[in-house]
Design a binder for this molecule. Structure first.
Ligand SMILES: [Zn+2]
Length: 169
């Protein structure tokens, strides 16, 4: 796998770690501003949100509402919905951003590179040919945030459309 150079992630790395003691995967869904929190879809057991420090445009994460780091502890319902929402996410991304490929996966434990190891989450990173060269060009923080909000709206609407056509189940 090519590593994406994502210079804005330095802000994430430098951030005050005490802020992060609050688990974002518990905090964000407990609030009711999905746009601000970049939550694009809420399922029954799991939810989908955009990564605030993305490796690429449309970088999504799917997490259970339940605070757990243990993949083996996922219930059948959580497991099924996470897989289902992975499929739905790919459909939505396909419609909105037309990626040419994806990296999908879980980092379990901090040694694996998980930024937040205490609450498991599955990453979906859309890939385009040449994206390693393209991303640094728009990698300015201000541009990133505006871009994130635009993408949020597109993806959020995409999830609603898929619900409407009954393609989600
Ligand atoms: Zn949590």
């Amino acid at each position: 796998m090519d590593y994406l150079w994502a210079p804005w992630r330095i802000e994430y790395i430098r951030r005050d770690k005490s802020e992060e003691e609050k688990c974002i995967f518990c905090q964000k869904p407990s609030e009711d501003d999905d746009e601000e929190n970049l939550i694009v879809y809420r399922g029954k057991y799991t939810f989908v949100l955009m990564n605030l420090f993305p490796y690429n445009n449309g970088h999504l994460m799917i997490a259970p509402y339940r605070h757990t780091s243990d993949f083996l502890s996922l219930t059948d319902d959580e497991n099924r919905e996470m897989t289902k929402l992975t499929q739905v996410s790919l459909r939505v991304l396909e419609t909105c951003l037309s990626p040419q490929g994806y990296n999908i996966g879980l980092n379990l434990g901090s040694v694996s590179g998980a930024g937040i190891a205490d609450h498991l989450h599955q990453h979906i990173v859309p890939r385009w040919l040449g994206d390693t060269n393209f991303m640094p060009i728009i990698g300015h923080t201000k541009v990133m945030i505006d871009g994130l909000k635009e993408t949020w709206k597109e993806l959020h609407d995409g999830f609603i459309r898929i619900q409407d056509t009954g393609n989600s189940d």
